[in-house]
Ligand binder design. Structure first.
Ligand code: ADP
Ligand code: LRH
Length: 474
C-alpha cells in the first residue's frame, strides 16, 4: 500500500508549526514546513493569545504545504488545552485569554462555593488547575456570556475558520471540566450545578471524536491556500496527540510530554477517580480511541524559558544549549531542589527571584549564578518528573520499567539523564515532534494510509524514530 500525505497544525504555548507527513504501513516522515513563535500579549484587560497572528501563520504554512504537495488528504489541528473564544453569529467576541491570566482566581472562588474540588473530581476526574475552562467561564462577565452564541476551544475555533463547521473535539473537551467522559457527552447537571448561566449549555457545540471528519475547507479558504482538503479531527488536545506517538508499552511505561509543561502520566482504560488520585492531584484526560490519560501537570520548561526571557530583558543574550552545557558542569548536590509546582511559578515574571524566595522560605541557599539557577531548575524538574512518574504508575496499577520523554524537552540531555537518575529507570527520549506525529497518524488512519490500534501506530513510531536511551546512574 503506498504512503499518502496529510498535514498537521500543532500550536504549542512556546511555538507553532505546520508539518507535512508522508505516512504508510512502513513510512512515517514528517517535514516541518513552517515554524513560528507564539508570543502572548498583555493588552488592556489581561494576558491574551495573539490568535489572529497565529492563524495567519497557520494559513501561510498550509499555503506552503500545498505548494510542496498538492495532494494533501486532510488537515488536523491541535493546540494547548482549556482556552477558548466566544462568538456571536460567527464573529469573535474579544481576543481569547491566555490560561496564565490571573482573572481565573475569581472563577475558582465562584465555582468552589457551589461545588468543592472533591465533588468536581468525582464527576469530571480533572486535577485542580486554576485555569480549567469551567473556572474561566465562571470568571466571564455575565453580560459577555449573554451575548455569545458559541464557545469554541482554540483548535476547534481554527477548524471553524477553515471549514465553517463548529465542533468540540472530545480529548480537548475533556479538559474543560464540563464533559462526562464515560457518557462522551456534555455534563448538563454539572454545568447547572456550578452556577454557570442556564444559556451556557447552548454555547457548547456538538462533540466529534478523533478520526472523524469535520468538513471541507471553505471555498474561499481553499482558493487562498491553493488546494483543497478535509479537516479531520485529531487528538486536538496537544498532549493527547503526543501520547499517541509515544513509542511505549503502556502496561509498563510512563510518559512525559515535555515542552512548556511536563505532562507526566500513564495510559489507562478507565478514569481513576480514587481518593489517592484526588490527593495526588492527578487528572483523567480523554485520549484518542477512548483511552484515558492519567497524568499530572508539572510546571515544565516554562520555568527555564521564562528565566531566560528575564535575562534577555536585562540585556544578556542567552543561548539555551550553552546555558545547559554550563549547568551540566555545576555539581548536582550544590543546588537546591525546589517545588516547581508551587503556584507562584505559574504567571509570567521574575523566576529567579521567585526561586530565591521559595528557597529562603525553606531554609535553603538559593543559586546565584546563571548556570546554578539553570541547574537548580533542571534538578527540580527531574525530581518532580520522577515523583510524578512513580505516582502515575502506582495509581494506574502498573510496574514502572521505563519513562518515555517526548517533545522539545527530549533535546535537553541533562534533563533526560537526571530524570533517569532520580527515577532509577531508563529514560527513552524522543520523538521531539511527538505531538505533530500523533496528529498525522490519526489522520493517516482515517485516510486509510495505515490501519490498526494505537499499539500499531506506536510500533510504526518506534520503527521510524528510534529514541535516545539514558540509563540511570547513581
Ligand atoms: P510547546 O509544544 O509547549 O510549545 P515544545 O515541545 O516545542 O513546547 O518544547 C519547547 C521547549 O523545548 C523549550 O522551552 C526548550 O526548553 C526546549 N528546547 C528546544 N530546543 C532545545 C535545544 N536545542 N536543547 C534543549 N532544549 C531545547
Ligand atoms: C500543554 C497543555 C497541557 C495543558 C496546558 C494548558 O500544551 O495542553 O496539557 O494542561 O497546556
Amino acid at each position: 500500500r503506498p504512503a499518502g500525505t496529510v498535514a498537521a497544525v500543532d500550536l504549542g504555548a512556546t511555538s507553532g508549526r505546520v508539518v507535512l507527513g508522508r505516512v504508510g504501513p512502513d513510512t512515517l516522515e514528517a517535514t516541518t514546513v513552517a515554524r513560528f513563535p507564539n508570543t502572548p500579549v498583555f493588552a488592556g484587560d489581561g494576558l491574551h493569545w495573539d490568535l489572529l497572528g497565529l492563524y495567519g501563520e497557520v494559513l501561510a504554512g498550509l499555503r506552503e504545504a500545498f505548494r510542496l504537495e498538492p495532494r494533501i488528504a486532510s488537515i488536523g489541528i491541535d493546540s494547548w488545552a482549556v482556552d477558548y473564544g466566544l462568538l456571536r453569529q460567527g464573529r469573535l467576541l474579544g481576543i481569547p485569554f491566555h490560561y496564565r491570566d490571573e482573572r481565573t482566581a475569581r472563577g475558582v472562588a465562584a465555582v468552589h462555593e457551589r461545588m468543592p474540588h472533591a465533588e468536581l473530581f468525582a464527576r469530571n476526574g480533572l486535577q485542580f488547575l486554576p485555569f480549567n475552562t469551567l473556572y474561566q467561564l465562571a470568571a466571564e462577565p455575565a453580560e459577555v456570556l449573554a451575548l455569545a452564541d458559541r464557545a469554541l476551544l482554540v483548535p476547534d475555533l481554527l477548524g471553524y475558520w477553515l471549514t465553517g463547521e463548529a465542533r468540540a473535539e472530545l480529548t480537548n473537551a475533556s479538559t474543560t471540566g464540563l464533559l462526562d467522559w464515560s457518557a462522551q457527552a456534555w455534563d448538563d447537571e454539572l454545568i447547572a450545578g456550578i452556577g454557570l448561566p442556564a444559556g451556557l449549555r447552548e454555547l457548547l457545540p456538538p462533540l466529534v471524536a478523533p478520526g472523524e471528519r469535520v468538513g471541507a475547507l471553505l471555498p474561499a479558504v481553499a482558493d487562498s491556500l491553493g488546494g483543497a482538503a478535509d479537516v479531520v479531527a485529531v487528538g486536538s488536545h496537544d498532549t493527547a496527540s503526543a501520547v499517541v506517538a509515544v513509542p511505549m508499552r503502556a502496561d509498563s511505561a510512563a510518559y512525559i510530554s515535555c515542552g512548556t509543561w511536563g505532562l507526566v502520566g500513564v495510559e489507562v482504560a478507565h478514569p481513576v477517580r480514587t481518593p489517592e488520585a484526588l490527593a495526588a492531584n492527578f487528572t483523567n484526560e480523554g485520549g484518542v480511541d477512548g483511552r484515558v490519560r492519567l497524568l499530572h501537570n508539572v510546571m515544565g520548561l516554562w520555568i527555564l524559558s521564562e528565566t531566560v526571557r528575564g535575562w534577555e530583558r536585562e540585556g544578556h543574550a542567552v543561548e539555551l544549549p550553552a546555558l545547559l552545557a554550563a549547568a551540566a558542569e555545576v555539581p548536582a548536590g550544590s543546588v537546591p531542589v525546589f517545588d516547581v509546582d508551587d503556584p507562584r511559578f505559574l504567571p509570567p515574571g521574575d523566576m529567579p527571584a521567585r526561586i530565591g524566595a521559595w528557597c529562603a522560605e525553606h531554609g535553603l541557599a538559593a543559586p546565584s549564578t546563571r548556570a546554578g539557577i539553570a541547574r537548580a531548575i533542571v534538578e527540580s524538574l527531574a525530581q518532580a518528573f520522577a515523583d510524578a512518574a512513580a505516582t502515575a504508575a502506582r495509581l494506574g496499577g502498573l510496574e514502572l520499567r521505563t519513562i518515555h520523554l517526548v517533545g522539545g524537552g527530549a533535546q535537553n540531555a541533562l534533563l533526560c539523564q537526571r530524570t533517569a537518575d532520580r527515577a532509577g529507570v531508563p529514560v527513552l527520549a524522543g520523538p521531539v515532534e511527538a505531538t505533530a506525529l500523533g496528529n498525522l497518524l490519526v489522520q493517516a488512519r482515517t485516510a486509510g494510509f495505515v490501519d490498526g490500534s494505537l499499539e500499531a501506530l506506536r510500533d510504526l513510531v518506534a520503527r521510524t524514530h528510534e529514541p535516545r536511551r539514558f540509563e540511570p546512574r547513581r
